[in-house]
Write a protein that binds this ligand. Structure first.
Ligand SMILES: *[C@@H]1O[C@H](CO)[C@@H](O)[C@H](O)[C@H]1NC(C)=O
Ligand SMILES: *[C@@H]1O[C@H](CO)[C@@H](O)[C@H](O)[C@H]1NC(C)=O
Ligand SMILES: *[C@@H]1O[C@H](CO)[C@@H](O)[C@H](O)[C@H]1NC(C)=O
Ligand SMILES: *[C@@H]1O[C@H](CO)[C@@H](O)[C@H](O)[C@H]1NC(C)=O
Length: 426
């Protein structure tokens, strides 16, 4: 669009010469036809490039447009400035961003603001899948004071997230996933008390995640697939989120015991592909509402705590690709809603009859472990090498504790769609 504007100005300039200069000559110099002969021959202008029809330029004076509400007149120049910053719009979305009817621009939605039910304002923006490219959102969303939702999944917006978004008092959903943002975690969100949905996954954010984010009342915190590097904060379990995804970053350190405090809320937790170390805390067994827990491909070690046998809503449990060992607790295999227990690529050494049945059913994957007489295990050498070093966990007695009555087996389950791993939002 930058080049486009230049082209515009060039055209206007040429148009000026074509239209205005002959008039000038007509009116002042060429008053009588005889005198024209004494003028030097006109040098022909270079051929003009063919005029490509341009999209209408936004009017410079919005006052001339008739807006349904003063609030819309106020955001109009903000939208036009942003429109001029867009460098690629393969779907032609911005062609609809003309005139005073902002509420009918593609991606823009109006509503009555909470502070004045008779006013009409720009309340929500949904650019999901629009494939727009712009170097920044700075000066755009932070200047739309009544914005409650901003969804921009799968665009190509970059730059950092402006601290000024903290001014958006009504914003409760911010989704900038699958873009090209960089820089630190957008700490401005920490002061946004209305925010309940934060999705910044699939970007290039770096540095650490402020622990305060886990104290905020968010329902959804998706920060997977960035470049965050830090120890898992001790207060992780303070989160009241239902969906928590930290996967595909570089989180280190142990899974904090505080995870058990999130018991009344957490439904899905994705921690896979990080560098999480240490033994699995017994407190993980407190997540009674969790249906999905995925800590695959980390550096977890020690046995599986029996407390996991209390996760009676659990459907998918993944610890594949860690350094776990010991016996797979039979209570875990008795979980009634379990559809997928991935324990492959660990160092488990034994498995009981209930679990064996689930291996047959394809519910449990125990390939590449150290279980004698089971198919597709690690070599004796590999297993021996692993167990050369003595291994232990703190609080070994907690591994056999069961913080619940073993629930009756239930039938029927919903398989999670693992939404955080679809880059595109439906
Ligand atoms: C509410 O909005 C309407 C429509 O824009 C406006 O006429 C009215 O003055 C506003 N009321 C207040 C109290 O601001
Ligand atoms: C995304 O935007 C950057 C500049 O901000 C540009 O270099 C790149 O080509 C764009 N990518 C796509 C796929 O449009
Ligand atoms: C992200 O931005 C960089 C430059 O800022 C660009 O080179 C790259 O192509 C962009 N990525 C995508 C997926 O568009
Ligand atoms: C079970 O979970 C693992 C790890 O998430 C996954 O790779 C595998 O495809 C799943 N199996 C089935 C049958 O869904």
């Amino acid at each position: 669009m930058g080049n486009f504007i230049l082209l515009n100005i060039e055209h206007l300039f040429l148009a000026f010469f074509i239209i205005l200069i002959p008039c000038f000559f007509d009116g002042v110099i060429c008053t009588d036809s005889e005198s024209s002969s004494i003028l030097p021959p006109l040098i022909p202008l270079p051929p003009l490039p063919p005029l490509v029809p341009l999209p209408p330029l936004p009017p410079l004076i919005p006052q001339l447009l008739n807006f349904a509400d003063q609030r819309l007149a106020l955001v109009y120049p903000i939208i036009m400035t942003f429109r001029n910053m867009i460098i690629s719009d393969p779907l032609g979305i911005t062609q609809t961003w003309v005139g005073s009817d902002i509420c009918n621009y593609k991606g823009f939605y109006c509503d009555n603001p909470p502070d004045n039910k008779s006013a009409t304002t720009l309340a929500s923006i949904d650019f999901n899948g629009f494939q727009l490219s712009a170097p920044t959102l700075d000066g755009f969303i932070d200047q739309l004071p009544d914005l409650a939702l901003f969804h921009a999944n799968s665009n190509n917006f970059s730059g950092i997230v402006s601290p000024k978004i903290a001014n958006l008092q009504y914003l409760y959903e911010l989704d900038i996933s699958n873009n090209n943002f960089s820089g630190p975690f957008p700490t401005a969100v920490l002061t946004m008390n209305s925010l309940s949905f934060l999705d910044i996954r699939y970007n290039s954010f770096t540095g650490s995640v402020p622990p305060q984010i886990f104290k905020q009342t968010l329902d959804v915190l998706f920060i997977n697939n960035n470049n965050f590097i830090q120890k898992l904060p001790d207060n992780l379990g303070a989160t009241r989120a239902l969906y928590l995804t930290l996967a595909n970053n570089r989180f280190t350190g142990p899974l904090p015991k505080s995870i058990g405090s999130a018991s009344s809320s957490l439904k899905e937790v994705l921690l896979l592909n990080n560098l999480i170390t240490g033994c699995i805390p017994y407190e993980l067994g407190f997540l009674r509402d969790a249906t999905l827990f995925d800590a695959g491909n980390n550096l977890l070690t020690g046995p599986l705590p029996c407390s996991l046998g209390c996760l009676d809503k659990m459907e998918e449990l993944n610890f594949a690709g860690n350094l776990l060992y010991g016996k797979v607790p039979e209570v875990v295999c008795e979980l009634g809603n379990l559809v997928n227990l991935s324990l492959s690529n660990n160092y488990f050494t034994s498995v009981g009859p209930i679990c064996r049945q689930l291996i047959k059913n394809g519910v449990i994957d125990l390939r590449k472990n150290c279980i004698q007489h089971l198919a597709d295990q690690r070599s004796v050498e590999e297993c021996t090498l692993f167990f050369v070093n003595p291994r232990s966990c703190p609080d070994p007695s907690t591994f056999s504790l069961l913080p619940c009555k073993v629930p009756p087996k239930s039938k029927g389950h919903l398989v999670s769609d693992n939404a955080a791993f679809s880059k595109h939002r439906l």
